[in-house]
Design a protein around this ligand. Structure first.
Ligand code: PPS
Ligand code: MG
Ligand code: MG
Ligand code: MG
Length: 378
């Protein structure tokens, strides 16, 4: 077994933090300048597209300059962006991504140190060309697998939350031989302290951002889970809440019923004697929330025939955060999530995350609820 000294994966940790911070300030800017109430009523997804593509370009360019050999499994690709009718979109992405990459070395000591080594290519000295930016986005087309180093990136997780002015997350994970070793998650709209008043949804673009919003979560296998304000500040260790009985627990679930079955969740709560209302939240902010004790159980039950394969970038960083905060993450049958079989979690169905001690009880309730619905085969 490898050692878990804090030096292990220190460079991957700091480069990942720098990349996620940079992507978060970009997506925050996109939200403030491009998302309007009109965008949402008209179901115009273009701001999300600009945000997704530019954030993936920025993170991949940073990873590519420091770890040129590392494959990246990222959600987006540049196929649609290459179409002639996407020229305006390409221009926007070009401007946003280059601005975000500017001065990357000066702002982060770890990045500056790494960039001073002759083996890495400095970023920010000159603008990336459009071709280089598209290539950076397509660096995310790796197949994943069980061997060697690999990154998983979701440039904007919870796209619907992003548009609503609710929760979304920039999620980056580093894996070795299919096992997540580093997870970094930036949640620009999540308060540092959950007990502070919830941010109002629907304040599209206007006004100053509340200073207590924006939290960065970091986990390294064997080294614990931490959070700090995304703008900078001291990291604090986070752990899941200690509950003496599952009946005191509260659930965290998706906003979209099409992503996770709300009805089955309600039955599971009943079986476990849980009376607290479920907290609904978009994105991997759900994993972050239970990691610091804002809630206790994250349930993501398959909808319909259960054929949807979860994507590795939707769970890699969040699942490590929960494990390092004292939790256990599995699929609905209690099987560990296998991140080493490609771009999806094709060996798993759904996700259940909770404190280790109560996990098997939650799995039993999940099985019972699914059997009652005639979906015990899932
Ligand atoms: N059918 C189905 N089942 C399960 N999951 C699905 C499904 N369709 C999409 N997705 C993925 O859900 C990601 C967002 O998950 P959330 O938990 O944040 O859902 S939600 O935002 O509350 O809707 C979302 O991630 P992003 O695309 O990055 O937002 C999708 O990858
Ligand atoms: Mg996602
Ligand atoms: Mg996404
Ligand atoms: Mg998406």
């Amino acid at each position: 077994m490898s050692s878990s000294s804090s030096a292990q994966y220190a460079l991957e940790r700091s480069i990942a933090i720098s990349a996620v911070e940079r992507a978060c300030s970009l997506t925050d800017k996109v939200f403030r300048n491009l998302v309007t109430a009109d965008t949402v009523t008209k179901k115009d997804k273009s701001p999300v597209t600009v945000g997704d593509y530019s954030a993936q370009a920025v993170v991949n360019a940073i990873l590519g300059s420091h770890f040129p050999e590392d494959p990246i499994v990222g959600e987006e690709d540049s196929k649609d962006l290459q179409k002639p009718e996407s020229e305006a979109l390409r221009k926007q992405i070009f401007g946003l991504a280059n601005e975000a990459l500017k001065n990357s070395a000066q702002e982060c000591p770890a990045v500056a140190e790494a960039e001073s080594k002759p083996s890495t290519q400095a970023l920010g000295d000159r603008e990336l060309t459009e071709k280089e930016l598209l290539a950076a986005i397509d660096r995310g087309s790796a197949e994943g697998g069980a061997e060697g180093r690999c990154w998983a990136l979701d440039p904007i997780d919870g796209t619907k939350g992003f548009l609503r002015g609710g929760q979304y997350a920039v999620c980056l994970a580093f894996m070795v031989d299919g096992l997540v070793q580093v997870g970094v998650m930036g949640c620009p709209n999540l308060p540092h302290d959950a007990s502070s008043a919830k941010p109002k949804e629907g304040e599209f673009g206007a006004g100053e951002k509340r200073s207590d919003l924006g939290t960065l979560f970091i986990a390294v296998r064997g080294q614990g889970a931490f959070q700090r304000p995304i703008q900078g500040g001291k990291e604090e260790k986070i752990t899941m809440r200690q509950i003496s009985s599952l009946s005191e627990a509260s659930f965290c679930e998706s906003v979209e019923a099409g992503h996770s079955s709300h009805g089955t969740n309600a039955r599971i709560a009943e079986l476990l004697g849980i009376t607290a209302p479920s907290v609904r939240m978009d994105s991997q902010a759900k994993y972050a929330s239970i990691s610091r004790g804002d809630g206790d159980v994250y349930l993501r039950l398959p909808v319909g025939d259960g054929s949807y394969q979860e994507k590795i970038w939707d769970h890699a960083s969040g699942s490590l955060l929960v494990e390092e905060a004292g939790g256990k993450v599995s699929d609905i049958r209690g099987k560990s999530l296998n991140f080493g079989v490609g771009r999806t979690l094709r060996e798993n169905r759904g996700v259940v995350a909770s404190r280790k001690e109560v996990h098997s009880k939650v799995i039993d309730a999940v099985r019972k609820a699914l059997e009652e619905e005639g979906r015990g085969h899932l």
